[in-house]
Design a protein around this ligand. Structure first.
Ligand SMILES: C[S@@+](CC[C@H](N)C(=O)[O-])C[C@H]1O[C@@H](n2cnc3c(N)ncnc32)[C@H](O)[C@@H]1O
Length: 244
């Protein structure tokens, strides 16, 4: 992935930060490929599943890892936000703030390019992250990208930090450890407006662990219409059908 593609929807300031973070993410993941595979096999033998995020060993290893959304997916989120004019965005799983930079850019651009001109406070991304070191890094990265006025990074467990949200929410990114995906979505669902979009990462590579999430968003009697976009682990894009 080149920096150019990663940042094609971003301004120069944000692109510099994003490119640096993707380099750092690759630097963390490449040397870890073999140990990660061994950890996954051990987890599989112990639990029957491949999810390494819940064991003490996995949690300790992941505590300082970016595990960032791929640049094309992040850019797609920017475009989806822009296309629906999203100004109120929620992100479950902020990590170092990489995907947040794309979401905050979309909100800022929607506000500042609107007919009524710049209105600080007229748009906000609420991000949440439970690793304190990642929260500090995310805040610093958003500041360097010139986007800190557009984001409220809430530190703590999303089951607490996402209770208190203003409605309506236009867009939600679910990019969190898999067992937290459905609880996060269920918390935010009542706040999503009709026509809001929810993007959830890795639903193809993790389809067994995402079974409950996918059943919820695909339930014909439920609040969403939903489609899986394949490639790079897959994305689920879900449309909120009605206000309630
Ligand atoms: C896949 S990473 C997010 C990557 C980020 N969206 C990006 O693209 O840069 C998932 C993050 O969710 C955080 N997380 C996991 N469970 C959480 C919880 N219950 N509450 C808040 N954050 C959580 C993890 O610490 C991790 O940093």
């Amino acid at each position: 992935m080149t920096g150019k593609t990663a940042g094609s929807v971003l301004d120069d300031k944000a692109r510099l930060v994003v490119d640096e973070l993707y380099r750092r993410s690759r630097g963390q993941m490449l040397p870890a490929a073999v140990p990660m595979l061994l950890r996954a096999v051990r987890t599989r033998l112990r639990t029957g599943g491949w999810d390494t995020t819940q064991s003490p060993e996995g949690k300790a290893w992941l505590a300082d890892k970016l595990v960032a959304l791929e640049p094309q997916k992040a850019a797609l989120c920017y475009l989806l936000c822009r296309s629906i004019g999203a100004r109120r965005v929620v992100e479950a799983g902020t990590s170092y703030g990489l995907s947040t930079i794309y979401l905050a850019s979309a909100v800022r651009d929607a506000v500042t390019e609107s007919a009524d001109g710049e209105q600080l406070g007229a748009g906000l991304v609420v991000g949440t992250e439970h690793e304190p070191g990642k929260v500090a890094a995310a805040r610093a990265n958003l500041q360097r990208a010139g986007l800190d006025d557009w984001v409220d990074v809430r530190e703590g467990d999303l089951r607490e930090t996402l209770i208190d949200l203003d409605r309506p929410v236009d867009f939600m990114l679910v990019d969190v450890w898999i067992p937290m995906a459905l609880p996060a979505l269920k918390l935010v669902t009542p706040k999503l407006r009709a026509g809001a979009l929810v993007v959830c990462d890795n639903v193809v590579s993790g389809r067994r662990q995402y079974a409950d999430y996918l059943a919820y968003v695909r339930d014909p009697k439920g609040p969403f219409r939903s489609v899986t976009v394949p490639g790079q682990g897959g994305l689920e894009i879900s449309l909120k059908k009605t206000e309630n």
